[in-house]
Write a protein that binds this ligand. Structure first.
Ligand SMILES: [Zn+2]
Length: 83
């Protein structure tokens, strides 16, 4: 579908999952510097790793529950299998 080098689908560096979700911008750098670099915060839907991707990278809308869980404590939910 997409042959542009700018548009590559999300792929988690940790677990290799292609399930990425938009993540909230948490601080000054993420809010104002990332856009300048054409980056945005993305969270892996499988292992919850937080990473930056090009803003062109297609990801799902954020999952509010997930953000709430992972922003506080990192518990066993991080290994839940999302089939
Ligand atoms: Zn992952």
């Amino acid at each position: 579908m997409s042959d542009s080098p700018l548009v590559s689908s999300y792929l988690c560096r940790d677990c290799g999952s292609e399930l990425g979700f938009r993540s909230r911008r948490r601080n000054f750098a993420e809010r104002y510097l990332l856009p300048l670099l054409l980056l945005k915060p993305v969270r892996c839907g499988e292992c919850f790793r937080r990473d930056y991707r090009l803003i062109f990278t297609p990801v799902r809308e954020r999952m509010p529950d997930l953000e709430k869980i992972t922003s506080g404590r990192q518990t066993d939910t991080s290994r839940r299998n999302v089939a």
